[in-house]
Design a protein around this ligand. Structure first.
Ligand code: DOR
Ligand code: ZN
Length: 344
């Protein structure tokens, strides 16, 4: 196949940052995706509806007038978030999920939740009024190996949440393991998962072989080859519980190539070509549209998009860097080739 046309996809997990940095990256997503769930972990996190409204306005302002890109906003959950705030957020029509970061799990998560019991009333309200809970599923205990943190989160916390709140819609974000795939498959249809381009492309050798590769470091960290294959199989399976979420997470080059390099892979400019290529390699291009364009919208109870995108098979080299405010950001597959290109 040399050309493929499908319904314009959405990105159900995206980091846009803020101000000039946001303005430098948002068009890379808007080029390929119609909508995106915008994560709230800014350095001043989006704790409230009011902050989300203001952030949304800044994003819309940064977009060129001619794009129809729609940011879907989220709120950052803390131990102090109230049920009333959740009700107001839902009523606003602009908030599509509440994001749970276990405190300390990742970038700007210090104000996240350290005891899930504190959120009982909020979870009950979300369950009742239909607000999805988006979860960064990793424990942070120092004695738990970083490669086991997703698995242990599922065992210790997620399995409890799904039993306690059976009607709560839960998205286990950026799944990385066979354990996560099996767990999500075993749950009711209220539990889904996003899958990134990097977690179906890379295994942990890509971080550590041939010298440390900081641009492949993200959280949850990429896992074994068997895990990568399990996650890729889930993505290409046609099971509507699994849908596209890039977790594209730009950091300035200096912050990545540092003694304490930040976690996050910047994939917006290449994510869709990578997904297409990986589905093609598996001989599963027929499953791409469901994964990229239908299942996430269905899970979030939003309409499917009407527009289409066309990609042609044509090799191109990914730029080594993109401007990022006063610095630059190195994308996934920098200076390497991708096989599919948007037909303009
Ligand atoms: O690698 C990651 N980067 N994982 C996350 O969960 C957050 C993200 C970021 O915001 O940088
Ligand atoms: Zn993320």
């Amino acid at each position: 196949m040399n050309q493929i046309t499908f319904t314009k996809p959405d990105d159900w997990h995206l980091h846009l940052r803020d101000e000039k940095q946001m303005a430098s990256v948002v068009m890379h997503t808007a080029k390929y995706y119609k909508r995106a769930i915008v994560m709230p972990n800014l350095s001043n996190p989006v704790f409230t509806l009011e902050l989300a409204q203001q952030y949304r306005e800044r994003i819309l302002k940064a977009l060129r007038d001619d794009t129809a890109f729609e940011p879907l906003m989220t709120i950052y959950l803390t131990g102090d978030t109230s049920s009333q705030q959740i009700v107001e957020a839902k009523d606003s029509g602009i908030i599509h999920a509440v994001k749970l970061y276990p405190a300390g799990a990742t970038t700007n998560s210090a104000r996240g939740v350290s005891n899930l019991d504190q959120c009982d009333a909020v979870f009950r309200t979300m369950e009742k009024i239909g607000v999805p809970l988006s979860i960064h599923g990793e424990v942070t205990d120092s004695e738990i190996d970083i490669f086991d943190r997703e698995k242990v989160f599922i065992e210790k916390h997620l399995s409890v949440l799904v039993k306690r709140y059976p009607d709560l819609k839960i998205i286990l974000e950026h799944i990385t393991t066979k354990d996560a795939v099996q767990f999500v498959e075993s749950c009711s249809n209220n539990v889904g998962a996003t899958i990134t381009a990097h977690h179906i492309l890379l295994n942990r050798n890509n971080i550590l072989v041939g010298g440390i590769q900081p641009h492949h470091f993200c959280l949850p960290v990429v896992k074994t080859e068997a895990d990568r294959q399990a996650v890729l199989n889930a993505a290409t399976s046609g099971n509507p519980k699994f849908f596209l979420g890039t977790d594209s997470a730009p950091h300035a080059r200096q912050e990545k190539e540092s003694a304490t390099g930040k976690a996050g892979i910047y994939s917006s400019p290449v994510s869709l070509p990578i997904y297409i290529e990986m589905f093609e390699r598996e001989n599963k291009l027929d499953q791409l549209e469901g994964f990229a364009s239908f299942f996430g919208a269905d899970f979030y109870s939003l309409p499917r998009n009407q527009e289409t995108v066309t990609f042609k098979k044509e090799e191109s080299t990914v730029p080594g860097r993109y401007d990022y405010a006063n610095d630059y950001v190195v994308p996934l597959k920098a200076n390497e080739t991708v096989q599919w290109k948007l037909a303009e």
